[in-house]
Ligand binder design. Structure first.
Ligand SMILES: *[C@@H]1O[C@H](CO)[C@@H](O)[C@H](O)[C@H]1NC(C)=O
Ligand SMILES: *[C@@H]1O[C@H](CO)[C@@H](O)[C@H](O)[C@H]1NC(C)=O
Length: 262
């Protein structure tokens, strides 16, 4: 009997390990490698991928809204990116973000890039946790109190941070929105992480609410369409990641590119 239980136990352990080895990251493996070593980020991922640490939401409440911004982790070529963090007073979602990192075996100090999509408080406020990250917001890189311009502020509307990761200027919701575009992801083709340029999948179908929030609705519409037509999936500012359907491509007036099953 004891032998039998031991056998089952070993079997489960072996199963758990083979399951874990298929994961993008593995906390126990990560402890085994040196988590302090910033060069070891390759251990946290295989290939390019985007996933949400916080699935944003938006709910009307008395005299306002409850806004939870999406926060995402992106990997490419051994580099780790965070897009957006919860507001400074939102300890509940701070915990969600930290647990998301922990479950992927990632320490905040390992993050290489912190991207803020725009300057609304439900999208930044915990960036100080990523002590080694290059901090990018709008067309600026921010280090301490020094703001230096990036290509988005100089002469470009898009540039590559790593082979599969681009940053685009996508203003409209505010005057300074940026979107991260991840190409060749392991699950989902091209994924755009867009902040509040697009609030949710529903927003693509009915943009009334979103346009009421937009600082420059006409420019926002143009950049929404640009992003929708270039992407297979979108991570919106206040909802779960969604697939771009043929209906969405029609709304965005995309030319000559329909998905395989819309
Ligand atoms: C890649 O991202 C998708 C969508 O966010 C997620 O479901 C999946 O688990 C990730 N894949 C890997 C290998 O991390
Ligand atoms: C679109 O959304 C607005 C506000 O959110 C709502 O009032 C309107 O009825 C919706 N339109 C359609 C066609 O569903």
């Amino acid at each position: 009997m004891t032998t039998f239980i031991l056998f089952i136990g070993l079997f489960c352990l072996a199963e758990a390990q083979s399951f874990n080895s298929n994961q993008w990251s593995n906390p126990s493996m990560n402890r085994f490698y040196n988590p302090q070593n910033n060069q070891n980020n390759q251990n946290n991922q295989r290939g390019t991928n985007v996933s949400q640490l916080i699935v944003g939401s938006l709910m009307p409440i008395a005299n306002g809204f409850d806004f939870v911004g999406s926060s995402s982790i992106i990997t490419d070529n051994g580099q780790l990116f965070i897009v957006d963090t919860p507001n400074s007073g939102d300890t509940k979602n701070l915990n969600v973000m930290m647990q998301g990192l922990q479950s992927r075996g990632i320490q905040p100090s390992q993050i290489n890039y912190l991207i803020t999509t725009h300057g609304h408080p439900d999208h930044f406020g915990q960036g100080h946790l990523f002590t080694n990250a290059k901090n990018l917001m709008g067309g600026f890189e921010i280090a301490g109190s020094a703001f230096t311009t990036t290509p988005l502020r100089q002469d470009k509307d898009a540039y590559n941070l790593t082979p599969n990761i681009e940053l685009w200027n996508t203003p409209g919701h505010t005057a300074q929105d940026v979107s991260l575009i991840a190409h060749n992801t392991v699950c989902c083709g091209t994924v755009a992480v867009v902040g509040d340029l697009i609030l949710s999948d529903q927003d693509v179908l009915n943009s009334t609410l979103s346009m009421s929030f937009a600082q420059e609705p006409v420019i926002a519409k143009m950049n929404r369409n640009r992003v929708i037509c270039a992407s297979d999936y979108i991570v919106p500012g206040h909802g779960p990641m969604f697939r771009v359907t043929d209906q969405m491509r029609q709304i965005a007036q995309c030319q000559g590119r329909l998905s395989t099953d819309g």
